[in-house]
Design a protein around this ligand. Structure first.
Ligand code: KIV
Ligand code: ZN
Length: 509
Protein backbone atom coordinates (compact mmCIF):
# COMPACT_ATOMS: atom_id res chain seq x y z
CA UNK A 1 0.00 0.00 0.00
CA UNK A 2 1.23 3.49 -0.75
CA UNK A 3 0.85 6.57 1.39
CA UNK A 4 -0.74 9.80 0.26
CA UNK A 5 2.64 11.54 -0.14
CA UNK A 6 3.86 8.83 -2.53
CA UNK A 7 0.69 9.22 -4.56
CA UNK A 8 1.05 12.98 -4.71
CA UNK A 9 4.55 12.49 -6.01
CA UNK A 10 3.12 10.28 -8.72
CA UNK A 11 1.32 13.23 -10.28
CA UNK A 12 -1.97 12.79 -8.55
CA UNK A 13 -3.55 16.03 -7.53
CA UNK A 14 -5.11 14.70 -4.31
CA UNK A 15 -6.98 17.17 -2.17
CA UNK A 16 -5.89 17.33 1.48
CA UNK A 17 -9.47 16.76 2.63
CA UNK A 18 -11.90 14.41 0.89
CA UNK A 19 -15.53 14.71 1.99
CA UNK A 20 -17.96 11.80 1.78
CA UNK A 21 -21.42 13.10 0.85
CA UNK A 22 -23.91 10.28 1.24
CA UNK A 23 -27.13 10.53 -0.76
CA UNK A 24 -28.71 7.15 0.09
CA UNK A 25 -31.70 8.93 1.63
CA UNK A 26 -32.23 11.10 -1.47
CA UNK A 27 -30.82 9.65 -4.73
CA UNK A 28 -30.81 6.19 -3.12
CA UNK A 29 -34.48 6.57 -2.32
CA UNK A 30 -35.06 7.42 -6.00
CA UNK A 31 -34.20 3.76 -6.80
CA UNK A 32 -37.30 2.49 -8.62
CA UNK A 33 -39.64 0.84 -6.10
CA UNK A 34 -37.94 2.21 -2.98
CA UNK A 35 -39.71 4.42 -0.43
CA UNK A 36 -38.51 4.83 3.14
CA UNK A 37 -40.59 5.76 6.17
CA UNK A 38 -39.42 8.46 8.58
CA UNK A 39 -38.37 5.81 11.08
CA UNK A 40 -36.38 3.93 8.42
CA UNK A 41 -34.65 7.15 7.35
CA UNK A 42 -33.74 7.78 10.98
CA UNK A 43 -32.23 4.30 11.32
CA UNK A 44 -30.11 4.74 8.19
CA UNK A 45 -29.04 8.31 9.05
CA UNK A 46 -27.95 7.19 12.52
CA UNK A 47 -25.82 4.40 11.07
CA UNK A 48 -24.29 6.73 8.46
CA UNK A 49 -23.44 9.16 11.23
CA UNK A 50 -21.85 6.38 13.32
CA UNK A 51 -19.84 5.30 10.30
CA UNK A 52 -18.55 8.88 10.16
CA UNK A 53 -19.66 10.25 6.77
CA UNK A 54 -19.21 14.03 6.50
CA UNK A 55 -22.58 14.84 4.93
CA UNK A 56 -25.94 13.12 4.66
CA UNK A 57 -28.42 14.27 2.01
CA UNK A 58 -31.63 13.53 3.90
CA UNK A 59 -34.13 14.17 1.13
CA UNK A 60 -35.85 16.63 -1.18
CA UNK A 61 -37.94 18.74 1.24
CA UNK A 62 -39.93 20.58 -1.46
CA UNK A 63 -41.24 17.28 -2.82
CA UNK A 64 -43.56 16.45 0.09
CA UNK A 65 -44.61 17.38 3.57
CA UNK A 66 -43.30 13.99 4.75
CA UNK A 67 -39.83 14.87 3.44
CA UNK A 68 -39.83 18.07 5.52
CA UNK A 69 -40.98 16.13 8.59
CA UNK A 70 -38.34 13.42 8.19
CA UNK A 71 -35.58 16.01 7.71
CA UNK A 72 -36.75 17.80 10.88
CA UNK A 73 -36.74 14.53 12.83
CA UNK A 74 -33.25 13.59 11.62
CA UNK A 75 -32.08 17.12 12.51
CA UNK A 76 -33.47 16.69 16.02
CA UNK A 77 -31.14 13.70 16.59
CA UNK A 78 -28.19 16.10 16.81
CA UNK A 79 -25.95 13.97 14.56
CA UNK A 80 -22.36 14.99 13.87
CA UNK A 81 -22.69 14.61 10.08
CA UNK A 82 -23.84 17.74 8.24
CA UNK A 83 -27.40 17.33 6.97
CA UNK A 84 -28.21 18.41 3.42
CA UNK A 85 -31.47 18.90 1.52
CA UNK A 86 -31.97 18.94 -2.26
CA UNK A 87 -33.63 21.93 -3.95
CA UNK A 88 -34.34 22.90 -7.55
CA UNK A 89 -33.24 26.38 -8.56
CA UNK A 90 -36.40 27.87 -7.12
CA UNK A 91 -36.83 30.11 -4.07
CA UNK A 92 -39.77 27.99 -2.86
CA UNK A 93 -37.51 24.91 -2.78
CA UNK A 94 -35.01 26.84 -0.65
CA UNK A 95 -37.90 27.83 1.64
CA UNK A 96 -38.66 24.12 2.09
CA UNK A 97 -35.00 23.58 3.14
CA UNK A 98 -35.48 26.32 5.76
CA UNK A 99 -38.78 24.76 6.89
CA UNK A 100 -36.96 21.45 7.27
CA UNK A 101 -34.52 23.22 9.61
CA UNK A 102 -31.49 22.36 7.45
CA UNK A 103 -28.39 24.55 7.15
CA UNK A 104 -27.02 23.17 3.89
CA UNK A 105 -28.75 23.18 0.50
CA UNK A 106 -27.79 21.18 -2.58
CA UNK A 107 -29.38 23.18 -5.38
CA UNK A 108 -29.42 22.10 -9.03
CA UNK A 109 -30.57 23.00 -12.50
CA UNK A 110 -30.22 21.11 -15.79
CA UNK A 111 -27.55 22.69 -18.00
CA UNK A 112 -27.19 20.36 -21.01
CA UNK A 113 -28.93 21.15 -24.32
CA UNK A 114 -31.28 18.19 -23.69
CA UNK A 115 -32.36 19.56 -20.32
CA UNK A 116 -32.56 23.16 -21.53
CA UNK A 117 -34.57 22.40 -24.65
CA UNK A 118 -36.76 19.45 -23.69
CA UNK A 119 -37.22 19.68 -19.94
CA UNK A 120 -36.81 23.28 -18.76
CA UNK A 121 -37.48 25.07 -22.07
CA UNK A 122 -35.05 27.80 -20.99
CA UNK A 123 -32.29 29.64 -22.78
CA UNK A 124 -28.68 29.54 -21.55
CA UNK A 125 -29.04 32.99 -19.98
CA UNK A 126 -32.24 31.97 -18.19
CA UNK A 127 -30.45 28.93 -16.76
CA UNK A 128 -27.62 31.11 -15.45
CA UNK A 129 -30.07 33.65 -14.04
CA UNK A 130 -32.17 31.04 -12.20
CA UNK A 131 -29.13 29.20 -10.85
CA UNK A 132 -27.44 32.37 -9.57
CA UNK A 133 -30.61 33.89 -8.08
CA UNK A 134 -31.32 30.72 -6.09
CA UNK A 135 -27.74 30.53 -4.82
CA UNK A 136 -27.97 34.20 -3.77
CA UNK A 137 -31.35 33.64 -2.09
CA UNK A 138 -30.01 30.63 -0.16
CA UNK A 139 -26.88 32.52 0.89
CA UNK A 140 -29.04 35.47 2.03
CA UNK A 141 -30.83 33.00 4.30
CA UNK A 142 -27.61 31.81 5.86
CA UNK A 143 -27.32 28.44 4.12
CA UNK A 144 -24.19 26.64 2.96
CA UNK A 145 -24.74 26.16 -0.76
CA UNK A 146 -23.63 23.35 -3.03
CA UNK A 147 -24.53 23.87 -6.67
CA UNK A 148 -25.01 21.02 -9.18
CA UNK A 149 -25.14 21.53 -12.92
CA UNK A 150 -27.43 18.60 -13.69
CA UNK A 151 -26.24 16.60 -16.72
CA UNK A 152 -22.93 18.49 -16.51
CA UNK A 153 -21.15 15.80 -18.50
CA UNK A 154 -23.34 16.39 -21.58
CA UNK A 155 -23.17 20.19 -21.29
CA UNK A 156 -21.08 22.35 -23.66
CA UNK A 157 -17.81 22.94 -21.77
CA UNK A 158 -17.74 26.73 -22.23
CA UNK A 159 -21.32 27.09 -20.99
CA UNK A 160 -20.68 24.73 -18.05
CA UNK A 161 -17.72 26.82 -16.92
CA UNK A 162 -19.81 30.01 -17.33
CA UNK A 163 -22.56 28.56 -15.11
CA UNK A 164 -20.07 27.53 -12.44
CA UNK A 165 -18.36 30.90 -12.56
CA UNK A 166 -21.71 32.75 -12.13
CA UNK A 167 -22.86 30.63 -9.19
CA UNK A 168 -19.50 31.17 -7.49
CA UNK A 169 -20.02 34.92 -7.89
CA UNK A 170 -23.47 34.44 -6.33
CA UNK A 171 -21.84 32.81 -3.30
CA UNK A 172 -21.79 29.02 -3.89
CA UNK A 173 -19.55 27.14 -1.46
CA UNK A 174 -19.20 23.83 -3.36
CA UNK A 175 -19.44 23.03 -7.08
CA UNK A 176 -20.86 19.63 -7.89
CA UNK A 177 -20.40 17.85 -11.22
CA UNK A 178 -23.20 15.34 -11.84
CA UNK A 179 -22.69 12.64 -14.45
CA UNK A 180 -26.47 12.29 -14.48
CA UNK A 181 -26.70 9.41 -16.95
CA UNK A 182 -23.30 7.85 -16.23
CA UNK A 183 -21.64 8.53 -19.59
CA UNK A 184 -18.16 9.36 -18.32
CA UNK A 185 -15.18 7.04 -18.61
CA UNK A 186 -12.02 7.42 -16.49
CA UNK A 187 -10.11 9.23 -19.24
CA UNK A 188 -12.97 11.69 -19.87
CA UNK A 189 -13.32 12.21 -16.12
CA UNK A 190 -9.61 13.07 -15.88
CA UNK A 191 -9.90 15.75 -18.54
CA UNK A 192 -13.18 17.26 -17.26
CA UNK A 193 -12.35 17.35 -13.55
CA UNK A 194 -8.81 18.65 -14.13
CA UNK A 195 -10.30 21.50 -16.18
CA UNK A 196 -12.89 22.41 -13.53
CA UNK A 197 -10.45 22.11 -10.61
CA UNK A 198 -7.93 24.32 -12.45
CA UNK A 199 -10.55 26.96 -13.23
CA UNK A 200 -12.07 27.47 -9.79
CA UNK A 201 -10.86 27.93 -6.26
CA UNK A 202 -13.84 26.47 -4.37
CA UNK A 203 -14.05 22.71 -3.62
CA UNK A 204 -15.22 20.48 -6.47
CA UNK A 205 -17.57 17.58 -5.78
CA UNK A 206 -18.64 14.74 -8.07
CA UNK A 207 -21.95 12.89 -8.35
CA UNK A 208 -21.49 9.97 -10.73
CA UNK A 209 -24.13 7.51 -11.88
CA UNK A 210 -23.42 3.90 -12.72
CA UNK A 211 -25.19 3.30 -16.04
CA UNK A 212 -22.13 1.59 -17.52
CA UNK A 213 -20.74 0.24 -14.25
CA UNK A 214 -18.06 2.95 -14.06
CA UNK A 215 -19.32 5.16 -11.22
CA UNK A 216 -16.71 4.04 -8.68
CA UNK A 217 -13.82 4.06 -11.17
CA UNK A 218 -14.81 7.53 -12.41
CA UNK A 219 -15.19 8.89 -8.86
CA UNK A 220 -11.71 7.60 -7.97
CA UNK A 221 -10.34 9.27 -11.09
CA UNK A 222 -12.01 12.54 -10.12
CA UNK A 223 -10.42 12.31 -6.68
CA UNK A 224 -7.03 11.67 -8.30
CA UNK A 225 -7.56 14.92 -10.23
CA UNK A 226 -8.37 17.09 -7.24
CA UNK A 227 -12.09 16.59 -6.55
CA UNK A 228 -12.50 16.99 -2.83
CA UNK A 229 -15.93 15.47 -2.38
CA UNK A 230 -17.70 12.35 -3.62
CA UNK A 231 -21.45 11.76 -3.66
CA UNK A 232 -22.10 8.12 -2.81
CA UNK A 233 -24.89 5.78 -1.75
CA UNK A 234 -24.92 2.65 0.38
CA UNK A 235 -24.94 -0.45 -1.86
CA UNK A 236 -24.67 1.89 -4.86
CA UNK A 237 -28.43 2.53 -4.81
CA UNK A 238 -29.89 5.39 -6.84
CA UNK A 239 -31.74 6.28 -10.01
CA UNK A 240 -31.70 3.42 -12.57
CA UNK A 241 -28.44 1.51 -12.00
CA UNK A 242 -27.49 3.72 -9.08
CA UNK A 243 -24.64 5.91 -7.92
CA UNK A 244 -21.05 5.40 -6.85
CA UNK A 245 -21.11 2.89 -3.99
CA UNK A 246 -20.05 4.18 -0.58
CA UNK A 247 -18.41 0.93 0.50
CA UNK A 248 -16.52 0.44 -2.77
CA UNK A 249 -15.16 3.98 -2.79
CA UNK A 250 -14.17 4.13 0.87
CA UNK A 251 -12.48 0.73 0.85
CA UNK A 252 -10.63 1.31 -2.44
CA UNK A 253 -9.32 4.61 -1.11
CA UNK A 254 -8.22 2.87 2.07
CA UNK A 255 -6.78 -0.33 0.59
CA UNK A 256 -5.41 0.76 -2.78
CA UNK A 257 -4.58 4.43 -2.22
CA UNK A 258 -3.67 4.31 1.47
CA UNK A 259 -6.17 7.10 2.15
CA UNK A 260 -7.95 6.63 5.45
CA UNK A 261 -10.95 8.98 5.59
CA UNK A 262 -11.38 8.32 9.30
CA UNK A 263 -14.57 6.30 8.85
CA UNK A 264 -15.30 3.31 11.09
CA UNK A 265 -15.30 0.87 8.18
CA UNK A 266 -16.13 -2.09 10.45
CA UNK A 267 -19.70 -0.75 10.30
CA UNK A 268 -20.02 -1.01 6.51
CA UNK A 269 -21.46 -4.51 6.29
CA UNK A 270 -24.16 -3.97 8.89
CA UNK A 271 -25.09 -0.64 7.24
CA UNK A 272 -25.35 -2.41 3.88
CA UNK A 273 -27.51 -5.15 5.40
CA UNK A 274 -29.82 -2.61 7.04
CA UNK A 275 -30.23 -0.65 3.80
CA UNK A 276 -30.82 -3.89 1.86
CA UNK A 277 -33.52 -4.91 4.32
CA UNK A 278 -35.27 -1.53 4.54
CA UNK A 279 -35.21 -0.84 0.79
CA UNK A 280 -35.92 -4.43 -0.26
CA UNK A 281 -33.01 -4.18 -2.73
CA UNK A 282 -30.90 -7.24 -2.01
CA UNK A 283 -27.27 -7.25 -3.06
CA UNK A 284 -26.06 -9.77 -5.63
CA UNK A 285 -23.74 -12.34 -4.03
CA UNK A 286 -20.79 -10.99 -6.00
CA UNK A 287 -21.26 -7.32 -4.98
CA UNK A 288 -17.82 -6.03 -3.95
CA UNK A 289 -17.20 -5.52 -0.22
CA UNK A 290 -20.70 -6.42 1.02
CA UNK A 291 -21.93 -9.29 -1.19
CA UNK A 292 -22.34 -12.75 0.37
CA UNK A 293 -19.38 -14.02 -1.67
CA UNK A 294 -17.06 -11.06 -1.00
CA UNK A 295 -15.09 -13.21 1.43
CA UNK A 296 -16.28 -16.70 0.42
CA UNK A 297 -13.87 -19.33 -0.88
CA UNK A 298 -14.54 -22.71 -2.43
CA UNK A 299 -11.65 -23.95 -4.53
CA UNK A 300 -9.17 -26.18 -2.73
CA UNK A 301 -6.19 -24.09 -3.86
CA UNK A 302 -7.73 -20.85 -2.58
CA UNK A 303 -8.95 -22.32 0.71
CA UNK A 304 -5.51 -23.84 1.35
CA UNK A 305 -3.96 -20.40 0.82
CA UNK A 306 -6.58 -18.64 2.95
CA UNK A 307 -6.15 -21.08 5.84
CA UNK A 308 -2.39 -20.42 5.86
CA UNK A 309 -2.59 -16.65 5.34
CA UNK A 310 -5.86 -14.94 4.40
CA UNK A 311 -4.08 -12.23 2.39
CA UNK A 312 -3.25 -14.83 -0.27
CA UNK A 313 -6.74 -14.50 -1.71
CA UNK A 314 -8.28 -11.52 0.11
CA UNK A 315 -7.24 -7.92 -0.66
CA UNK A 316 -8.74 -6.78 2.65
CA UNK A 317 -9.90 -8.78 5.63
CA UNK A 318 -13.63 -9.29 6.21
CA UNK A 319 -13.16 -7.86 9.72
CA UNK A 320 -12.18 -4.49 8.19
CA UNK A 321 -15.74 -4.08 6.94
CA UNK A 322 -17.56 -6.12 9.58
CA UNK A 323 -18.20 -9.02 7.19
CA UNK A 324 -17.29 -12.70 7.74
CA UNK A 325 -15.19 -15.20 5.85
CA UNK A 326 -17.03 -18.22 4.48
CA UNK A 327 -15.52 -21.51 3.37
CA UNK A 328 -17.98 -23.00 0.90
CA UNK A 329 -18.09 -26.69 0.05
CA UNK A 330 -18.52 -27.94 -3.49
CA UNK A 331 -16.85 -29.78 -6.30
CA UNK A 332 -13.74 -27.61 -5.94
CA UNK A 333 -13.35 -28.32 -2.23
CA UNK A 334 -9.96 -29.49 -1.04
CA UNK A 335 -9.11 -31.61 2.00
CA UNK A 336 -7.96 -28.59 4.01
CA UNK A 337 -11.29 -26.84 3.59
CA UNK A 338 -13.21 -29.91 4.65
CA UNK A 339 -11.00 -30.39 7.71
CA UNK A 340 -11.56 -26.79 8.78
CA UNK A 341 -15.34 -27.12 8.31
CA UNK A 342 -15.51 -30.33 10.33
CA UNK A 343 -13.50 -28.63 13.06
CA UNK A 344 -15.96 -25.73 13.04
CA UNK A 345 -18.77 -28.22 13.78
CA UNK A 346 -16.69 -30.24 16.28
CA UNK A 347 -17.02 -33.36 14.12
CA UNK A 348 -14.15 -35.85 14.50
CA UNK A 349 -13.71 -38.39 11.71
CA UNK A 350 -11.04 -41.05 11.23
CA UNK A 351 -9.14 -41.04 7.93
CA UNK A 352 -11.39 -43.58 6.28
CA UNK A 353 -14.58 -41.73 7.29
CA UNK A 354 -13.01 -38.42 6.26
CA UNK A 355 -12.30 -39.55 2.69
CA UNK A 356 -15.76 -41.07 2.32
CA UNK A 357 -17.30 -37.72 3.32
CA UNK A 358 -14.84 -35.89 1.06
CA UNK A 359 -15.78 -38.00 -1.97
CA UNK A 360 -19.48 -37.68 -1.28
CA UNK A 361 -19.21 -33.88 -1.16
CA UNK A 362 -17.30 -33.88 -4.43
CA UNK A 363 -19.90 -36.04 -6.15
CA UNK A 364 -22.74 -33.85 -4.80
CA UNK A 365 -20.87 -30.85 -6.24
CA UNK A 366 -20.31 -32.64 -9.56
CA UNK A 367 -24.04 -33.30 -9.83
CA UNK A 368 -24.55 -29.53 -9.79
CA UNK A 369 -25.91 -29.36 -6.24
CA UNK A 370 -24.83 -26.60 -3.89
CA UNK A 371 -23.38 -28.30 -0.82
CA UNK A 372 -24.63 -26.58 2.31
CA UNK A 373 -23.18 -26.96 5.78
CA UNK A 374 -26.31 -28.93 6.64
CA UNK A 375 -25.51 -31.40 3.85
CA UNK A 376 -22.04 -31.80 5.29
CA UNK A 377 -23.37 -32.41 8.79
CA UNK A 378 -25.90 -34.96 7.51
CA UNK A 379 -23.23 -36.79 5.47
CA UNK A 380 -20.67 -36.74 8.27
CA UNK A 381 -23.14 -37.90 10.87
CA UNK A 382 -24.37 -40.73 8.66
CA UNK A 383 -20.73 -41.72 8.21
CA UNK A 384 -20.27 -41.72 11.96
CA UNK A 385 -23.18 -44.15 12.15
CA UNK A 386 -25.12 -41.92 14.49
CA UNK A 387 -28.03 -41.05 12.30
CA UNK A 388 -29.79 -44.35 12.42
CA UNK A 389 -32.78 -42.71 13.99
CA UNK A 390 -34.10 -39.18 13.95
CA UNK A 391 -34.39 -38.21 17.64
CA UNK A 392 -37.53 -36.03 17.37
CA UNK A 393 -40.43 -36.86 15.06
CA UNK A 394 -43.60 -34.80 14.54
CA UNK A 395 -46.68 -36.90 15.29
CA UNK A 396 -49.46 -34.35 15.34
CA UNK A 397 -50.33 -30.65 15.37
CA UNK A 398 -53.65 -28.89 15.80
CA UNK A 399 -54.45 -25.24 16.37
CA UNK A 400 -57.57 -23.72 17.90
CA UNK A 401 -58.27 -20.01 17.62
CA UNK A 402 -61.16 -17.77 18.58
CA UNK A 403 -61.93 -14.09 18.03
CA UNK A 404 -61.07 -13.04 21.57
CA UNK A 405 -58.87 -15.86 22.92
CA UNK A 406 -55.17 -16.53 22.40
CA UNK A 407 -54.44 -19.27 19.87
CA UNK A 408 -53.71 -22.68 21.40
CA UNK A 409 -51.51 -25.30 19.75
CA UNK A 410 -51.63 -28.99 20.63
CA UNK A 411 -48.43 -30.73 19.58
CA UNK A 412 -47.56 -34.42 19.71
CA UNK A 413 -43.90 -35.45 19.29
CA UNK A 414 -42.05 -38.73 19.45
CA UNK A 415 -38.80 -38.06 21.31
CA UNK A 416 -36.32 -40.94 21.27
CA UNK A 417 -39.18 -43.38 20.72
CA UNK A 418 -41.50 -41.99 23.43
CA UNK A 419 -44.67 -40.12 22.45
CA UNK A 420 -45.46 -36.91 24.33
CA UNK A 421 -48.23 -34.38 23.85
CA UNK A 422 -48.99 -30.92 25.24
CA UNK A 423 -51.01 -27.79 24.52
CA UNK A 424 -49.74 -24.23 24.80
CA UNK A 425 -50.95 -20.72 24.00
CA UNK A 426 -49.00 -17.98 22.24
CA UNK A 427 -49.37 -14.55 20.65
CA UNK A 428 -50.04 -16.27 17.33
CA UNK A 429 -50.39 -19.87 16.15
CA UNK A 430 -46.66 -20.25 15.32
CA UNK A 431 -45.66 -18.88 18.70
CA UNK A 432 -48.15 -21.21 20.43
CA UNK A 433 -46.83 -24.26 18.54
CA UNK A 434 -43.22 -23.33 19.28
CA UNK A 435 -44.02 -22.90 22.96
CA UNK A 436 -45.56 -26.37 22.98
CA UNK A 437 -42.47 -27.85 21.25
CA UNK A 438 -40.17 -26.13 23.78
CA UNK A 439 -42.16 -27.61 26.65
CA UNK A 440 -42.05 -31.12 25.16
CA UNK A 441 -38.28 -31.11 24.52
CA UNK A 442 -37.22 -29.36 27.72
CA UNK A 443 -35.79 -32.57 29.25
CA UNK A 444 -33.90 -33.35 26.03
CA UNK A 445 -32.40 -30.01 25.07
CA UNK A 446 -32.44 -26.25 25.51
CA UNK A 447 -33.15 -24.48 22.28
CA UNK A 448 -32.91 -20.86 21.27
CA UNK A 449 -34.41 -19.69 17.98
CA UNK A 450 -31.91 -17.17 16.58
CA UNK A 451 -33.34 -16.50 13.16
CA UNK A 452 -36.66 -17.19 11.49
CA UNK A 453 -37.39 -16.49 7.82
CA UNK A 454 -40.64 -17.21 6.07
CA UNK A 455 -41.13 -16.98 2.34
CA UNK A 456 -44.11 -17.78 0.11
CA UNK A 457 -42.57 -19.66 -2.78
CA UNK A 458 -45.65 -19.93 -4.98
CA UNK A 459 -48.55 -17.50 -5.44
CA UNK A 460 -52.19 -17.74 -4.35
CA UNK A 461 -53.90 -18.75 -1.11
CA UNK A 462 -52.53 -22.29 -1.51
CA UNK A 463 -48.97 -20.91 -1.72
CA UNK A 464 -46.20 -23.12 -0.40
CA UNK A 465 -44.46 -21.61 2.60
CA UNK A 466 -40.74 -22.12 2.97
CA UNK A 467 -39.33 -21.60 6.46
CA UNK A 468 -35.65 -21.33 7.24
CA UNK A 469 -34.46 -21.13 10.85
CA UNK A 470 -31.21 -20.98 12.76
CA UNK A 471 -31.28 -22.46 16.26
CA UNK A 472 -28.64 -22.79 18.92
CA UNK A 473 -28.34 -25.05 21.95
CA UNK A 474 -26.99 -24.28 25.42
CA UNK A 475 -23.46 -25.37 24.34
CA UNK A 476 -23.43 -22.65 21.69
CA UNK A 477 -23.78 -25.10 18.75
CA UNK A 478 -25.81 -23.67 15.89
CA UNK A 479 -27.76 -25.39 13.20
CA UNK A 480 -30.04 -24.44 10.36
CA UNK A 481 -33.41 -26.02 9.66
CA UNK A 482 -35.59 -25.83 6.60
CA UNK A 483 -39.05 -27.00 5.66
CA UNK A 484 -41.64 -26.41 2.96
CA UNK A 485 -45.35 -26.93 3.56
CA UNK A 486 -48.70 -25.49 2.54
CA UNK A 487 -49.37 -24.72 6.18
CA UNK A 488 -47.12 -22.02 7.64
CA UNK A 489 -47.41 -23.31 11.21
CA UNK A 490 -46.49 -26.83 10.11
CA UNK A 491 -43.59 -25.51 7.94
CA UNK A 492 -42.33 -23.50 10.92
CA UNK A 493 -42.44 -26.38 13.39
CA UNK A 494 -40.88 -28.86 10.96
CA UNK A 495 -38.04 -26.39 10.23
CA UNK A 496 -37.40 -25.98 13.97
CA UNK A 497 -37.47 -29.76 14.48
CA UNK A 498 -35.06 -30.17 11.55
CA UNK A 499 -32.54 -27.85 13.22
CA UNK A 500 -33.10 -29.49 16.63
CA UNK A 501 -32.47 -32.95 15.22
CA UNK A 502 -29.20 -31.79 13.67
CA UNK A 503 -28.11 -30.23 16.95
CA UNK A 504 -28.93 -33.44 18.82
CA UNK A 505 -27.14 -35.59 16.26
CA UNK A 506 -24.02 -33.40 16.46
CA UNK A 507 -24.09 -33.59 20.23
CA UNK A 508 -24.58 -37.36 20.30
CA UNK A 509 -21.98 -37.95 17.59
O1 KIV B 1 -27.95 12.75 -10.98
C1 KIV B 1 -28.18 13.94 -10.85
O2 KIV B 1 -27.94 14.76 -11.73
C2 KIV B 1 -28.80 14.38 -9.59
C3 KIV B 1 -28.94 15.84 -9.39
C4 KIV B 1 -30.12 16.17 -8.58
C5 KIV B 1 -27.68 16.38 -8.79
O3 KIV B 1 -29.08 13.56 -8.75
ZN1 ZN C 1 -28.21 11.60 -9.18
Amino acid sequence: MQDIETLKRQNMNLSDKIYIFDTTLRDGEQTPGVALTVDEKIQIATKLNNLGVDKIEVGFPASSHGEIKSAQKIKSLGLKSTLVGLARSLDCDVDAILDADLDYVHTFIGTSPLHRDYKLKMSKSEIIENASKTVEYAKDHGLTVEFSAEDATRTERGFLLDVYSEVISAGADFLDVPDTVGVLTPILTRELITDIVNNFKIPVSVHFHNDFGLATANTLTAIECGASQAHVTVNGLGERTGNCSLEELVMTLKASYGIDLGLDTTRLYSLSTLVGRLTGVKMPVNKPIVGANAFAHESGIHVHGILNNSSTYEPISPEMVGHTRKIVLGKHTGANALKSKLKEYHIDLNEDQFYKVFNEIKSLGDSGKAVTDDDLIAIAITELGSARETPIIMKGLSISMGASVSPTATVKLEIDGVEKETAHTGVGPIDAALNAVRELVQDTMDIELEEYNLEAITGGTDALAEVFVISSDSDGNKSTGRSTNQDIVMASILAVLDSMNKLLLIKRA
